[in-house]
Design a protein. Structure first.
Length: 175
């Protein structure tokens, strides 16, 4: 014990050594650990595409019509993408100098067993916001019949006139 009092620095160094050793023994006990991983997370966008059986050409035309004449044509629109889409039909670049009700258009969805009317009215009078046709699943197709009718009661003042319209099909992803 005398030794400790004669060299307090050595005593202090010895005490620190004992404390450090004790801490190492306590701190070096078995530690549990675990590891988990989720590699290769990928995110790919879907596609919203369509095919148009009459792309770039008129669906229905008629020339040299007389009162009472009717012309019709069909187009099939198919969702060829991987996403469901809400489809819309719009009428653009339209003009109709005929009297009201004298050059009309009827658009029917003739897909399947039941025919559903989506528009009946004058050529050139489809609402600016277009006609929402509903949601098509990926791969789903709808066939539409366009029927133009020159009213059988049209007056002489409707001779030599021309009505025109372009029809456009748009789709957005279905929410």
């Amino acid at each position: 014990m005398n030794y400790l009092f004669r060299n307090p620095g050595r005593a202090l160094a010895g005490l620190l050594t004992v404390i450090v050793a004790a801490a190492a023994v306590v701190g070096s006990g078995a530690d549990f650990s675990s590891h988990s991983a989720n590699p290769a997370n990928t995110f790919a966008s879907g596609t919203l595409l369509q095919s148009n059986s009459r792309s770039g050409v008129a669906i229905v035309t008629g020339s040299n019509l007389k009162p009472g004449d009717v012309r019709s044509g069909e187009v099939t629109i198919t969702n060829t993408g991987s996403l469901a889409g809400t489809f819309k039909l719009s009428e653009t670049n339209a003009s109709n100098p005929f009297g009201v009700g004298n050059m009309t258009l009827k658009v029917d969805d003739v897909t399947g067993q039941k025919t559903t009317n989506v528009y009946s009215g004058d050529v050139g009078k489809v609402a600016a916001e277009g006609i929402v046709l509903g949601s098509y699943a990926a791969g789903e197709a709808h066939t539409y019949r366009f029927t133009a009718t020159f009213n059988k009661e049209a007056p002489n003042s409707d001779q030599g006139k021309v009505a025109r319209a372009d029809y456009e099909w748009d789709a957005v992803p279905t929410p």
